[in-house]
Design a protein around this ligand. Structure first.
Ligand code: FAD
Length: 415
């Protein structure tokens, strides 16, 4: 039996392991943590073809500079003398062009729709009972300038074949009658779905354990043995594993892991925070993005999650809870009747989004080390693109024709 070592037990690693296991590989997932202290559980759970605009846009650079002076703002780059950060910043600014945004729209749409179809199939599999709802998502706006922008985005979405419609305030009220919103309107992306990420990763782990995969926790991959141009062994701080195939799915730690394979993978960690509130106090029927506050709100069955902020920072710097005050403040401004208290520090989750230098994921087989498949750098879209990425990894492993054109996602695009 062919053996695959998947490094990283977040949504990308677990999805890859799931589809590899189904394709007949003997899979071992190795994680340096407990597969919960990563980015894949406390996120908003959006599965969102609506997000066809990559993080690297012309607007984000100027907006980011304005926001940087405010400790409660949704975007922050911690200034530090770090060569990888400087390199990433240069490549990010080079990528943040209108042409890049336009060229990325179809590839992002295609992989998101593919991934959504994978989730819908997964949902029908025995043993998968995670919360999943295809009720769309509202992108709500408060300013006239953003109304204009939202209408334009809705039109582009429709040109891309996505089901999206601008609703004025009364239109929003008609579909969300139980919640008062201080907004001018919202784009209703009926094309979107959302799920409970904790339940999803748990179902994936249960499937893998039942079907003969090995899940190793607290085991850090430290290096590789290469012979005749391919990786033959993966070394960890606990021992060595033989491998026919290696999948690199190490999220925000991928730059360092790639360097061990002589691969330059510009990537930084974008920390975000979330917390849960009681859904009965807050009867929202579908997810809402609070555009001006950059806050994502997700109703799960009994709970509702508020999440946001993008803090480009070194991993393991102490969390800055002031950012969470910004999330609470935005939520109060958008939902005037909402009684939302600042959560206690111990009730706040945070995770590090793996942010590539152009806002597109890195997915593909390495030309210079052909038994390594890279699947990382999904930034704000790792959950949305998770199942689809996993299936693409298995297609690459099986040397099948891939279901999505991976040209723009090549992990070797930065050299
Ligand atoms: C507030 C917030 C809200 C978000 N909302 C959404 C959303 O609604 N929809 C969406 O699509 N995305 C969302 N995201 C982004 C999404 O959560 C991430 O893109 C995704 O979780 C990344 O998954 P991953 O598997 O690549 O990384 P991770 O989940 O971080 O997993 C990487 C794993 O690799 C392991 N690892 C690293 N190095 C090593 C090593 N040397 N040896 C062994 N193991 C190693 C780590 O321990 C970790 O478990 C959100 C993020 C945040 C912060």
């Amino acid at each position: 039996m062919k053996t695959a070592i998947v490094i990283g037990g977040g949504i990308i690693g677990l999805s890859s392991a799931y589809y590899l296991s189904r394709a007949g590989w003997q899979v071992t997932v190795i994680d340096k943590g407990n597969r919960r202290n990563n980015c894949s559980t406390g996120n908003a759970g959006y599965i969102c073809p609506s997000h066809f605009v990559p993080l690297a846009t012309p607007g984000i650079v100027s907006q980011g500079l304005k926001w940087m002076l405010n400790s409660r703002s949704p975007f922050y780059v911690q200034p530090r003398l770090s060569w990888p950060l400087i390199q990433w910043g240069i490549q990010f600014m080079r990528s943040a062009t209108a042409q890049h945004v336009q060229a990325s729209a179809r590839p992002l749409r295609d992989i998101a729709l593919f991934s959504m179809a994978c989730y819908e199939d997964l949902k029908k599999e025995p043993g998968f009972d995670f919360f999943y709802a295809h009720d769309g998502m509202l992108e709500a706006v408060q300013t006239a300038e953003n109304v204009h922008h939202a209408k334009e985005t809705a039109a582009i979405a429709r040109d891309l074949g996505l089901d999206a419609e601008w609703l004025d305030k009364d239109g929003v009220k008609a579909i969300e009658p139980d919640v008062e919103m201080n907004i001018l309107g919202a784009t209703w992306f009926r094309c979107d779905a959302h799920c409970n990420p904790e339940q999803l990763v748990q179902n994936l782990e249960e499937y893998l354990l039942k079907n003969g995969a090995e899940l190793q926790a607290d085991s850090e991959v430290t290096g590789f043995t290469k012979q005749n141009g391919v990786i033959t062994q993966v070394q960890t701080d606990k021992g060595t594993h033989n491998a026919d195939l290696v999948v690199l799915a190490t999220g925000s730690w991928s730059r360092e892991m790639a360097a061990k394979l002589d691969l330059s993978l510009p990537l930084v960690a974008g920390r975000g925070y979330s917390f849960l509130a009681n859904a009965s106090d807050f009867p929202l029927r579908r997810p809402v993005i609070l555009t001006e506050g950059r806050v994502a709100v997700s109703p799960f069955e009994e709970q509702i999650r508020f999440g946001g902020t993008m803090e480009i920072t070194a991993i393991n710097t102490p969390p800055r809870y002031k950012r969470v005050e910004g999330i609470v403040q935005s939520a109060r401004e958008f939902f005037p009747q909402l009684k939302l208290e600042q959560p206690k520090a111990e009730d706040i989750w945070y995770g590090y989004r793996p942010c590539s230098a152009d806002g597109l994921p890195y997915i593909g087989r390495l030309q210079k080390t052909p038994n390594v498949i890279v699947a990382t750098g999904h930034s704000m879209l790792g959950l949305s693109l998770g199942a689809g990425t996993g299936k693409l990894v298995a297609e690459l492993a099986e040397e099948e024709k891939v279901s999505v054109d991976l040209g723009m996602f090549s992990p070797e695009r930065f050299g």
